[in-house]
Design a protein around this ligand. Structure first.
Ligand code: HEM
Length: 483
């Protein structure tokens, strides 16, 4: 008996001092021991996890995209952070891992909810029957999704809407024309793009033109809705990525979130209340009204659609104009192409190198092996698609804006690599229901603008993280008439 105990003690000591018998290959050790806690990542403190990095000012949440790049460069293709109480949050950057995560989702893909919004909505049952389409999971989410988004995703709705889009694009070009200084410079392009985001999203969802693009019309609703949605995104960012003390006490960012949720709800209610005949005929609005769901769900769906569309569209349009402004040769190709093909390629290329949603979050539904680590079901994984898109292993000259890669001979190769990497609208059953619509309309806006104006920029556009990646500060660009 003593001999056996001695033998075991010797074996343990040898293992502790790093001795491995010849049959115990690296592969065997890796297979046996590589678990989530072995995944490299920044140092974590007990309870606080890795959030201390943001508390001591080493990193800023408004530069989260840069932080994730640094993490990848430092730790490799899979990185572990730790949230409060040391809950692991993994980031994956390689195509193989992104594909595994996306492909592994089942009937009800799970995206980590924006907990602070979920709490706010639970605390206001007079307005909300649930967390809504964006935050719900499982069967409840599936029921809302099928009840609420059929018209939004239907090609027929989009087709019927295109003449309206053309008219909106003309009005926006007119607005740009009037807002230029004598040199053709517009220094508050963000504000004008915000008005376009509002007009387009409201027209789609509410079925009527709102008049947000009419020059010099004082439009307090437009400005307030735009400011409120922006503030809502920033509050979501701070409650989502900051320490979650808001669960117990109403912190500044949680109060900001509550105020903005309340304001968006009231502004949307006002828009719905003043609905005219065309709103009542709108396919999207009608499909929501007719849905077999709690009445409260209907209004909150309209609120969510408006909030989800306005800011994302504004940012995407600004990024697109910026990339094209830097590329006079792309502008020439847009002008000479009557098929809209080159503008579509510009739009896809901007989604590849400058998406407003830089990563897609999922909760894994089954055990996965990611970069050689065993990751159990129920893990939070951030699919870092925007950074993967800038990796030369997956795209030739990956950091370069080259719309041509989406055309002709290169098209198939790009598309094959893009499936799990170029995901500006997310992936799978949980994908953005506005995707098809946005993909159709952005090239229309681009073409209208470029055919009317030569655009250029003379200062770099910085990005900041506001839950979405957004241009930082005022965006200024030149719009000079084409002769
Ligand atoms: C450029 C514009 C837009 C971008 C970049 C964008 C991006 C996204 C992304 C990345 C997601 C997460 C998808 C996932 O987890 O797989 C999402 C979800 C969503 N988006 Fe969009 N979106 C845009 C416009 C719109 C518009 C116009 C609407 C509605 C009118 C909309 C409504 C929604 C809704 C309701 C969800 C939640 C879907 C669900 O969980 O089932 N989005 N969007």
């Amino acid at each position: 008996m003593l001999d056996i105990i001695t033998l075991i003690m010797v074996a343990i000591s040898l293992l502790l001092f790093g001795y491995r018998p010849p049959w115990c290959t690296k592969k065997f050790i890796d297979f046996k021991f590589k678990e989530v806690h072995d995944i490299p990542g920044p140092p974590a403190l007990p309870i606080l996890g890795t959030s201390w990095l943001f508390l001591v000012g080493r990193y800023q949440i408004s530069k989260l995209h840069e932080y994730y790049k640094e993490m990848r460069d430092k730790y490799g293709p899979i990185v572990k952070e730790e949230a409060l109480f040391n809950v692991p949050v993994l980031s994956v950057y390689s195509k193989a891992d992104l594909e595994k995560v996306f492909k592994s989702t089942g009937k009800y893909p799970m995206r980590p909810p924006t907990e602070a919004i979920a709490k706010y909505r639970r605390d206001h049952p007079e307005r909300y029957a649930s967390g809504g389409l964006i935050n719900e999971q499982g069967e409840k989410w599936h029921y809302l999704r099928t009840s609420l988004t059929t018209a939004l995703t239907s090609p027929k709705t989009i087709q019927n809407f295109l003449p309206e889009v053309e008219a909106i694009a003309d009005d926006w070009c007119h607005l740009l024309e009037t807002k230029r200084d004598p040199n053709g410079r517009i220094s508050n392009l963000e504000e004008l793009a915000g008005k376009l985001g509002l007009e387009v999203t409201c027209t789609l969802v509410l079925g009527r033109r709102m008049g947000f693009l009419i020059d010099d019309q004082v439009c307090p609703t437009a400005q307030k809705l735009s400011d409120t949605v922006k503030s809502n995104f920033a509050a979501c960012r701070d409650t989502y990525f900051g320490l979650p003390f808001w669960r117990w006490v109403p912190t500044k960012s949680y109060k900001r979130l509550c105020d903005s949720e309340k304001a968006i709800y009231e502004l949307a209610s006002e828009l719905i209340r003043t609905a005219d005949e065309s709103t009542r005929e709108s396919a999207v609005f009608q499909s929501v009204l007719k849905a077999n769901i709690d009445e409260r769900e209907k209004k909150s769906a309209i609120v969510d659609f408006l909030a989800a569309g306005i800011h994302t569209l504004k940012n995407s349009l600004l990024f697109l104009l910026y990339q094209v402004a830097l590329s006079p040769e792309s502008q020439e190709k847009i002008i000479t192409d009557d098929t809209n093909t080159f503008s579509k390629a510009c739009s896809m290329e901007t989604f590849r190198i400058s998406p407003t949603a830089h990563c897609v979050a999922r909760i894994t539904e089954c055990d996965l092996e990611l970069s050689g680590y065993h990751v159990p079901a129920g893990s939070v994984v951030l699919c870092q698609t925007a950074l993967a898109c800038k990796n030369d292993d997956y795209f030739k000259e990956a950091k370069k804006f080259r719309p041509e890669r989406w055309l002709d001979d290169e098209k198939n190769e790009t598309a094959a690599n893009a499936t799990y990497l170029v995901t500006p609208f997310g992936y799978g059953r949980r994908i953005c229901p506005g995707k098809r619509y946005i993909e159709q309309i952005l090239p229309i806006f681009l073409e209208k603008v470029v055919k009317k104006f030569k655009i250029h920029v003379d200062e770099p556009m910085e990005e900041e993280f506001e839950f979405l990646l957004s241009p930082k500060g005022n965006v200024s660009m030149y719009f000079n008439n084409r002769l």
